[in-house]
Structures are given as structure tokens and as C-alpha cells.
Write a protein that binds this ligand. Structure first.
Ligand SMILES: [Ca+2]
Ligand SMILES: [Ca+2]
Length: 425
């Protein structure tokens, strides 16, 4: 049995994490808006207004705000010029849209802008950063990728090192005199929690930069920060078996060259898909082909992210208990009427992990219990063998027993978040 999990703060879900709004084809129900799709509460469902064929939920997972430099520049990009360097919005040279960021270092200055608000990232997360970069003249134009708390910047070989001088990541052009935009990309991993001094989140800055006086002008456009994704979970759904949903990705918002990553198997209450290899793509969608018009599709939460495989495998399957959520009306006289029942039974689940040594217990607890802050943050656990997926929280305490000499045992419990309650008629 293999357990996969996504946790580690409210930012584990790429849906709704970035600055760009989640959209749908078709119309959202007025009472169950798109924000409910990623509200971290399965009991706040999203619903379309009506069933139709080929309904889609479309997610832009880019985490860089205004990487196209199309808005008021100072809103997202803090001026960090020095000397006679200058960084400005430029409409004459751009890769897409109306503007690019123009960097003119000058004879004795630095031309640079960094994000006003750093992007909060977690230890061990993997990203790809990419940008269209052009330089006129020799020298270097590029993007620093910088962790504020550590004063460390990514170097071209993929390591975070203490910032010194004019360090640039691999996202740069060097001595390029072709005077054309080129797509530059670098994939990198945020350091481990230990390397980050125990921090559970750190701020990542993107920092377009040129200090090279031989650069006449540099241009940066379409700067994107894309998280790695390997897992989809649809938490709470009313989708019938006649629907064949697909999960797709594309780097083009029009999905003109979309790749189908998975065809989903309908399951209640939760549907999941695990990809063998993580994917970096900016746009993702879930497309429901052939939804019958007799009902409208709903979902409690849409989750996309990167799930880890738990280092220690549990033994003996897992135990589940059930509770059916109710809407009750209690009269002052004490009469009780049950007005509604949840479509789905709320579950709690328990896995048992035999361990040979205390160190193994500690390692397992650190891995998941610490990541979800002892229940403060939600966690998605996928039991791959059982084919089940639960969105819930670990209880505030966990069980570790040392029943026999050299035989440790610990238990992971998960309490499922309540699902939607619908009142029919
Ligand atoms: Ca929700
Ligand atoms: Ca642009």
C-alpha cells in the first residue's frame, strides 16, 4: 500500500493560489460561486448554473503577478535602480501584450525591479521560472530568483547561494547580439526545511536585473513562476457515471495544443488522479464531456498540486468510520425534524504504521504531521491501493505506542472535512 499526501499550509492547492482568477465555461450558480471551488471547505461547493456538454473549470497556476508588465508598473514591481540605471515599462519592444520591462543599466548603475510582494513558497517545492528576455548590446540581462529570509539567490546550476554581487540565475541572456526575445527557463527546488532554518514558508522574489554597462537595453516579458503538478482531486462531487471527465494541461490559455493528462474514473465522494511524472504547465482544466441536462455538476473542492509519497508504508489496510451529516430543526418543545441529509457520508480514517525504531516513528511524524501543522492545515491523502482519496485534517493528537520491546507502532488518523449538504424539494 502506498500513501500519497498533499499538505503543508493553505498553499498546497494550485487552484486559486496564484493571482489569476479561476474561470469556468458555462455559468456559475449565483449562490455557489467559483470561489467556492477553492475555499478549503468541501462543504462550500461550487455549482454550475445548468448542465451542458463540455463544461470546463480552467486554472492558471502561474504565481507571478503581472509578469507581462501590462499593469501600472509600480503596483507589482518595486523600483531597485541605482546610479544612472533605469527600469521602465516599454511599448516599443515587447514579446506579448502592449508592454515589456526595459532595463537600461547605464554607465555606472543597476537597472532592476523586484516583486513588491514575495511569493510564499514551501520547503522542497519545485518550480520552473521562465521569461522572454532580449538584450541589445553585449553583457547580461536576466532574472534573479531570491529568497528574502536567507539572502540567497539561485545560481545557474540550480543551487541557492548567499547573494553576492550581480548573481543571476540561469534565466538570462549573455552576450546575445541577435536583438530578439528568447525564452529562458530554469527549474529549481526550494531548499529543505532544515536548510531554511526550520521555516515552513519563505518568500520568493523574482527580480529582473541588469548591471552590465555593455548592455544598451535589456527587455523582460512574460515572466512566469509555474509549480510542479502531479495530482488532481475533485473533493465532493455529484457527477454521474455517464460523464467522462478529462484533466488537461497547456501552456496556451486557448488550450490549442492541450495534452490530456488523465481520463478520470468517477467515484464518490472524491475523484483523484496521480501522474507518474510531475508536469510544469501554466494552464490546466477539467472538462466534463457529456454531462446530462437533468442535473448540474457540483464540486466541493478542486485541488491540483504535488503529492509526495509517504516514506513509510502503512500496514493492514485502513479503518474507516462513517457519519452522515444532517440539517436538523429543533422546536422549543423538543421535537426534532431532520430536514436534510448530506449526499455523502463523512468519514474518518486510520492507518497503522509498524516501525522498528523510534527514529522511524519520528521520521514519519515529521513528514506528514509536521507538514500539516498538527491539523491546522488541511491534507489530501490518497490511498493508492484502496483507490480512495480523503480531504481532511489530522486530529490534534496522534497515537504512538511502544507495546513490546523494539516494536514501535504509530497511527495516522484523518477526520474528513464535511461535505456539501443539499436539501431536495
Ligand atoms: Ca469549497
Ligand atoms: Ca507584455
Amino acid at each position: 500500500m502506498t500513501l500519497h499526501y498533499m499538505s503543508g499550509g493553505t498553499r498546497f492547492n494550485a487552484v486559486g493560489r496564484g493571482p489569476n482568477a479561476v474561470t469556468v465555461s458555462g455559468t456559475a450558480h449565483a449562490s455557489f460561486p467559483i470561489a467556492n471551488m477553492h475555499s478549503y471547505r468541501p462543504r462550500q461547493p461550487f455549482s454550475w448554473n445548468a448542465g451542458a456538454t463540455d463544461l470546463r473549470a480552467i486554472v492558471d497556476v502561474d504565481l507571478c503577478p503581472d509578469g507581462g508588465f501590462e499593469g501600472t508598473l509600480a503596483t507589482e514591481w518595486q523600483d531597485s535602480d541605482s546610479g544612472d540605471g533605469a527600469s521602465t515599462q516599454d511599448s516599443g519592444v515587447k514579446s506579448a501584450g502592449t508592454y515589456s520591462l526595459k532595463l537600461v543599466p547605464g554607465a555606472s548603475g543597476v537597472a532592476a525591479r523586484f516583486l513588491v510582494n514575495s511569493v510564499q513558497v514551501r520547503p522542497g517545492e519545485r518550480f520552473t521560472v521562465r521569461a522572454q528576455i532580449r538584450q541589445d548590446g553585449t553583457g547580461e540581462v536576466g532574472v534573479r530568483i531570491y529568497i528574502q529570509e536567507m539572502n540567497q539567490a539561485l545560481n545557474p546550476s540550480g543551487a541557492f547561494v548567499t547573494l553576492s554581487g550581480d548573481a543571476l540565475s540561469g534565466v538570462k541572456t549573455s552576450a546575445d547580439t541577435s536583438a530578439a526575445f528568447e525564452l529562458k527557463t530554469q527549474t529549481f527546488t526550494i531548499p529543505t526545511r532544515a536548510e531554511l532554518g526550520g521555516a515552513r514558508e519563505v518568500g520568493l522574489l523574482l527580480w529582473p536585473y541588469s548591471s552590465d554597462s555593455t548592455v544598451t537595453a535589456g527587455y523582460v516579458d512574460e515572466l512566469e513562476l509555474i509549480p510542479e503538478i502531479n495530482t488532481l482531486a475533485v473533493v465532493g462531487n455529484n457527477w454521474p457515471g455517464s460523464v467522462a471527465p478529462v484533466w488537461r494541461s497547456d501552456d496556451d490559455s486557448a488550450f490549442g495544443s492541450a495534452v490530456t493528462r488523465a481520463t478520470l474514473t468517477i467515484a464518490k465522494p472524491n475523484i483523484y488522479s496521480l501522474l507518474e511524472t510531475g508536469i510544469y504547465a501554466r494552464y490546466w482544466d477539467v472538462k466534463l464531456t457529456g454531462f446530462p441536462n437533468v442535473d448540474v455538476p457540483r464540486m466541493g473542492e478542486l485541488v491540483m498540486g504535488y503529492s509526495e509519497t509517504l516514506a513509510a508504508a502503512p500496514a493492514w489496510g485502513f479503518e474507516r468510520t462513517y457519519r452522515r451529516e444532517q440539517l436538523r430543526f429543533n422546536t422549543p418543545e423538543g421535537d426534532v425534524h431532520t430536514d436534510g441529509l448530506s449526499d455523502f457520508r463523512r468519514r474518518s480514517a486510520r492507518w497503522v504504521f509498524p516501525s522498528q525504531a523510534e527514529a522511524e516513528v519520528t521520521e514519519a511524524l515529521d513528514e506528514l504531521i509536521e507538514a500539516c501543522q498538527h491539523g491546522e492545515n488541511p491534507v489530501v491523502v490518497i490511498d493508492d491501493q484502496d483507490g480512495d482519496c480523503i480531504f481532511g485534517r489530522v486530529p490534534p493528537s496522534y497515537t504512538v505506542t511502544h507495546a513490546h520491546v523494539e516494536q514501535w507502532r504509530h497511527e495516522l488518523s484523518l477526520i474528513e472535512e464535511p461535505h456539501m449538504v443539499w436539501i431536495d424539494g
